[in-house]
Design a protein around this ligand. Sequence first.
Ligand SMILES: *[C@@H]1O[C@H](CO)[C@@H](O)[C@H](O)[C@H]1NC(C)=O
Ligand SMILES: *[C@@H]1O[C@H](CO)[C@@H](O)[C@H](O)[C@H]1NC(C)=O
Ligand SMILES: *[C@@H]1O[C@H](CO)[C@@H](O)[C@H](O)[C@H]1NC(C)=O
Length: 338
Amino acid sequence: MTLKAAKTWFLRLLPVVLFFICYYCSQFYFESDGGSGKSPQPTVSLCHSYRMKRKWESLKLNMSRKTELFLKLEDFFWREHLSAEALPYGIKGSELLLLKVLAVTSSFTMPANIESLDCRTCAVIGNGFSIKNSSLGEIINKYDVVIRLNDAPVRGYEEDVGNKTTLRLFYPESASYNPGIHNDPDTLQVLVPFKQQDLRWLKEILYDEKRVRNGFWKPPPQIWLGRASQIRVLDPYFLRLTASKLLQIIPLQPRRQQKPVHPTTGILAVFVALNYCDVVHVAGFGYPESRNQKQPIHYYGKDTMRSMKNSYHDLNQEALVLKRLEDQGAILYLHPHS
Ligand SMILES: *[C@@H]1O[C@H](CO)[C@@H](O)[C@H](O)[C@H]1NC(C)=O
Ligand SMILES: *[C@@H]1O[C@H](CO)[C@@H](O)[C@H](O)[C@H]1NC(C)=O
Ligand SMILES: *[C@@H]1O[C@H](CO)[C@@H](O)[C@H](O)[C@H]1NC(C)=O
């Protein structure tokens, strides 16, 4: 090629090159300006994948994130479940009950519209008194996933706690007989099996069998008006690792006579969220100081610290861990707290 020919080619290509340079410059300009004209969404900037990855690693839990939350039928058909432990930390000895329960619940995943999100923002709403008068309802409703616990009510408290519920973690003693009242039609009802009776309770309801009433510390509902298709069973993996890695309550199986210590559904929900979500914000966590026996502990009802006296939980350890997670930036409180 002669020099002249090369020069001609260069001149012909120049506009094309310039066009691309301008195009990329403008893209860069608009991105740094917070998106192409739309007002920047707070969640988008929260969802920086690099930061999220570092956040999980900074927890130093020595484990990878697990985003499959629920037990599936395949776990039993295709491979022997290598569970060395019984409930609540494993499924050893409960396989048959689980098989029956999972056989009639149609799906084992999260809804596709949430699964497919590049970045999942989650709010874990504890039942604590601290959320009262917070006016957080509208903010809470904006998260992709809102996790609630046990039988915490929504109706009548929307202003403070919102009315969206994506997941509700519960066990039989904390189930409400009509989940339709305080949930959305498509809320997933996630059973946290603490003991074999919990699975048996669900099986009896799903198959409409005679209810066995013993083995519960509080009578669970005998009628349950939820839909089978909305039921999921949380993989005991999450409770096991909440106890062993997050809270480091050791040993998991206490010696005889010793009272077992299990994580609360609240700290469990935070751990589940840290695994599944890219952004974890919390509200309604924390208990009043134990000296104050008269202060209510929930945003509803009249329970006080007195009712927690015989609980199977280590609330001090949970408070320390929540504080650590907050200091590490892994969770963010939506309201001021002590
Ligand atoms: C991390 O976990 C693996 C297996 O769970 C274990 O073998 C290893 O010792 C752990 N490392 C640390 C630093 O705790
Ligand atoms: C919440 O607000 C109501 C009405 O303004 C007030 O009576 C009540 O004392 C407040 N409760 C708390 C815990 O701040
Ligand atoms: C939540 O409240 C809003 C506004 O009052 C309403 O439009 C929406 O249908 C409610 N959602 C649920 C699940 O109750």
